[in-house]
Design a protein around this ligand. Structure first.
Ligand code: PLP
Ligand code: ZN
Length: 395
């Protein structure tokens, strides 16, 4: 399908695959399709869900660099439904090839890098972006460069980026600083930037919306953690496109959840603002969303306001409680940031902001991403002598 890039700030249009921010005003770009239902070659029949099922709505022209991403499970969550008095489903994005939703964006982003002839990709990351980008760069046979905030990235994610062959550089600074720096490095070295400022990457992530509708229809609300705010913007765009194509009538309320220590979008929302004020020193156990200056804040706030959604903040204690509940009561193992979605749902249901709705919580990353946090909150295994009596005593 034909598309252009549109600047969300100055409304300029570009017919180019070679840019990812507005050459006129440096604003964020988004892919705008000339949507035409006749060009859709999939049906929302619940079968064979995957990112590339929806290729006719993705802005690529070559065969994809793919590792079979998407098609993640949508579990009915009976215990959480009871606790929250809602009809709750969990879409477990931790079941993607690298263990997070980022793969949906990277399969498209790295394909675009190849399509336009780039030999190296780069990103700043709280961990999952780097793991996913390194994996897809390896698959494509190009170089990957990663900037991480030193000491603030979960071990599993660093391990992935290293083993997939990325050049991993930790900086003495936070994610927001790493992002500023990597943008500069990309400009100087000609690397293709794969953070969520890249509108092509976000196109892959909108397939979460397509899969939800494909498997379930349109829920009343979609709840997800928000860090750099790309995913909530992408998913909202996915629903908008389906509505414009006449494939759905309604858009779910988009509900973004932030950690109390990294909550610029929540703060903007409660004050009715469309722009954020940066948080200087963001802090939370959910390192994936430890971000004080989300680049996609404008897109995310638009998604929240236009869908009559909400932003909510949760404490680290609430995040860990929700992570335990998902793991121990539903059998769904997620990393802390992902559990923020369920923590947000529980908080909103206690405050009677939600009741009886059909809700999809998106769990963005797998439990194995952050084993150190697990040991901190669960403790180490009990160690006893290799002896039946000793074991029985420990049972
Ligand atoms: C597990 C997890 N959840 C949520 C997010 C936040 O996504 P976004 O930056 O698109 O808001 C991230 C981003 O790194 C993540 O890794
Ligand atoms: Zn512009």
């Amino acid at each position: 399908m034909e598309y252009l890039l549109r600047c969300i700030d100055c409304n300029s249009y570009y017919e180019s695959d070679y840019i990812y921010t507005c050459p006129r005003c440096s604003g964020l770009l988004e892919v705008q399709f000339s949507l035409n239902a006749d060009e859709i070659d999939f049906s929302l029949d619940g079968n064979n869900l995957s990112v590339w099922k929806y290729r006719s709505l993705l802005p690529v022209r070559i065969n994809p660099i793919s590792l079979n991403e998407g098609g993640t499970p949508l579990y009915k969550a009976n215990y959480i439904s009871e606790v929250s008095n809602c009809n709750v489903y969990v879409k477990h994005e931790g079941m993607n090839p690298s263990g997070s939703f980022k793969d949906r964006g990277m399969t498209v982003g790295v394909t675009k890098a190849i399509e336009i002839g780039r030999k190296a990709v780069a990103c700043a990351s709280t961990g999952n972006t780097s793991a996913s980008m390194a994996m897809y760069a390896a698959r494509a046979g190009i170089k990957a460069y990663v900037l991480l905030p030193a000491g603030k990235v979960a071990l599993g994610k660093v391990a992935q980026a290293l083993m997939h062959g990325a050049r991993v550089i930790s900086i003495k600074g936070n994610f927001d600083e790493a992002l500023t720096l990597v943008r500069q490095v990309c400009e100087e070295k000609g690397f293709y930037l794969l953070n969520s400022v890249n509108p092509f990457r976000l196109e892959g992530q909108k397939t979460i919306a397509f899969e939800i509708v494909d498997a379930l229809g349109v829920p009343d609300a979609v709840i997800l953690p928000v860090g750099n705010a790309g995913n909530i913007s992408a998913i909202y765009k996915g629903f908008l496109e389906l509505r414009e194509l006449g494939l759905i009538d309604e858009i779910p309320r988009m509900i973004g959840v932030q950690a109390e220590g990294a909550n610029p979008i929540f703060r903007a929302f409660i004050e009715g603002r469309r722009e954020i004020e940066p948080i200087e020193n963001p802090e939370t156990v959910a390192t994936a969303i430890r971000i004080g200056q989300p680049v996609n804040a404008k897109k995310a706030l638009r998604a929240i306001y236009e869908s009559e959604g909400m932003a909510v903040e949760v404490s680290d204690t609430e995040i860990v409680e929700a992570q335990k509940l998902l793991a121990a009561k539903e059998g769904i193992g997620v990393e802390p940031a992902s559990a923020a979605s369920v923590a947000g749902l529980i908080k909103l249901s206690r405050e009677e902001e939600l009741s009886g709705e059909r809700v999809v919580c998106i769990t963005t990353g797998h439990l194995l991403k952050d084993p150190e946090e697990v040991i901190k909150v669960c403790g180490k295994p009990i160690e006893v002598d290799a002896d039946v009596e000793a074991i029985k005593k420990a049972l």
